[in-house]
Structure formats: structure tokens, C-alpha cells
Design a protein around this ligand. Structure first.
Ligand code: PAF
Length: 282
């Protein structure tokens, strides 16, 4: 596996590649990331992963400084996974000057759920993903990028961006990878104390209950079920941001006629100091 830091080095490493497949990450890799690499491998003629902790997508009070940076471990894991090129830009490679041009996602999609609780998050994500796409795919006939479905809204924002800019890139969503007990794998699980980890399953369990109830509920009943799910989780010591059932197509509240196959239950909540997100397609 070649490790490159600058965009010029990356383009040189990919000079004979016509259809790269790409997995963007912020590092601190776990089995979920490696599953993305596994999925990406047959989809192109070289597999590229990136590691870059993108300050643009963190709010000032969030964990940009403390976000785990585990480059040695990560590069070993990627090598074993069969990644061909690891692009690990430094701050000066991606942001040599303050990034004043930004990719502004549609607020109708990006200002709700995660966007409501993390204002500006999706602008930061879309901007860095566009830069990473330009670094990896510029001049290529075609490409594929693989994203995890745990960040459900992020995947939708990226798909919308690719469609609107007519980028010649297929976006592939990978099912959520879970620990044996069902907790969605996340770099932020590493923040959980033993006590918080033993409670962490309550979030996916709450989503499962909500998803089951939603399958037969009217839209009016659904609001009450969501409120009850938030209260129940709060009673267990969580601080829920949202627990909600939305349409998969646009993340808006379901309308009469939406049913199984159309919906997704999404949740975000804080246990101790750790904020977890999860979702379940219905
Ligand atoms: O999902 C992530 O890890 C990040 O949001 C991404 C897509 C690598 C952009 O920084």
C-alpha cells in the first residue's frame, strides 16, 4: 500500500488508474470502515482510502482536538485489508488557505436531524468530500465511493451533491456494521466508559421498538410514539436529541400511504459525554 499526503502525490500514485474506488474516513478505523474497504475493492481498478479529521465539520465545542488520531494502527489495518493507496492529507494539503468556498447542501435536507443539532455540519462534510473527490477522481472516467449507512443523512447529502454536480461517481451505501450485541460500530464508541457501554444498546433497542410501533401507527399516533420513546430513553439517563421515523426518500415526516419499505427510524442521543447516532430502515 502506498501512503501519500499531498494531492500531487495522490494523483501521481493514481496515474494509471482509470476507475478508482474510494473510502473516505476520519481514521480511528474499526471493522465498519474495513467492511467499506472490502466492498470498495471489486468496484474499481485501485482502492483508495483517506484519513483526514476535517475541522470544518466540527462545532467549536465538539471533539475536533480530542478526536482519536491513530495513524499507525489505521495504516496497518488498511494494508491488511488490501487497500492500494492511503491518502492522508495534512491540514495544509487540503486547506492551504482558509476554505471560503463551501458546498452548501439543500437546507431542506441538511438543516434537520443532525443538521439541527450540529449546525453547519453537512456544509463541512460536503465541502471536504467534494475536495477529496476532486483529489481522487479528477481526470478519471468514472469512480465509486463507499459510505456507511450509519451516517444515513450524510449519505443522502452526498448522493444529492453528486447528482446536482453531475459527478461521474457512483455512491454506494454500506449496511451498518454492528458489534455482536447489536451496537452500531463507531469511532466514538471508544469514548464510552464501561458503564455507558453497558447501556449503549438502549439506543438501538429504542429504535427497534419505535420501528415496530411505527409500522401500524397513524401519522398522529407516530408523534406521540416518538415523544414517548424520547421520554423512555431520558428516564434511563440519556439525553436524546431526536428519536423519529422519517421517509427514506427525503427524511421528512411520513405521509398517509408511506409504509414498510419507505421509512427509517433515526436516533441521536448522549449517554454520559458520548453522543451516539443510529438508524433502522423499516
Ligand atoms: O463519515 C465520516 O467519517 C466523515 O464525515 C467523512 C465522510 C470522512 C468526511 O470527513
Amino acid at each position: 500500500m502506498q501512503i501519500v499526503h499531498s494531492i500531487a502525490e495522490l494523483r501521481h500514485a493514481l496515474r494509471h488508474t482509470t476507475r478508482p474506488s474510494f473510502v473516505p474516513t476520519m481514521g480511528n478505523l474499526h471493522a465498519g470502515h474495513l467492511a467499506l474497504v472490502e466492498q470498495a475493492k471489486p468496484l474499481g481498478d485501485a482502492t483508495v482510502a483517506s484519513i483526514f479529521v476535517n475541522r470544518l465539520q466540527f462545532l467549536p465545542h465538539e471533539d475536533f482536538d480530542s478526536y482519536p488520531r491513530t495513524f499507525g494502527d489505521d495504516s496497518q489495518k488498511l494494508e491488511v485489508a488490501g487497500c492500494d493507496v492511503l491518502f492522508a492529507p495534512r491540514e495544509k494539503d487540503l486547506y492551504p488557505e482558509p476554505q471560503v468556498f463551501k458546498v452548501q447542501p439543500d437546507p431542506v435536507l441538511a438543516d434537520l436531524l443532525e443538521g439541527e443539532f450540529r449546525p453547519g455540519f453537512f456544509t463541512g462534510v460536503a465541502t471536504v468530500v467534494m475536495k477529496l473527490f476532486m483529489a481522487v477522481f479528477a481526470g478519471k472516467a468514472h469512480g465509486t465511493a463507499v459510505f456507511g449507512k450509519k451516517d444515513y443523512q450524510q449519505l443522502m447529502v452526498i448522493r444529492h451533491m453528486v447528482r446536482q454536480f453531475a459527478l461521474p461517481i457512483d455512491i454506494v451505501g454500506h449496511e451498518i456494521e454492528r458489534a455482536a450485541d447489536g451496537l452500531a460500530l463507531s469511532s466514538r464508541n471508544g469514548y464510552l466508559s464501561a458503564a455507558d457501554r453497558s447501556q449503549a444498546l438502549q439506543l438501538p433497542q429504542a429504535l427497534q421498538v419505535l420501528a415496530l410501533e411505527a409500522a401500524t401507527a397513524s401519522t398522529a399516533q407516530l408523534l406521540k410514539l416518538e415523544a414517548a420513546a424520547m421520554q423512555n430513553l431520558a428516564a434511563l439517563g440519556w439525553q436524546p436529541d431526536y428519536l423519529t421515523v422519517r421517509r427514506r426518500s427525503d427524511l421528512q415526516p411520513p405521509q398517509a400511504g408511506d409504509g414498510a419499505g419507505d421509512l427509517v427510524a433515526l436516533g441521536a442521543a448522549r449517554i454520559g459525554a458520548t453522543r451516539l447516532i443510529d438508524n433502522l430502515e423499516i
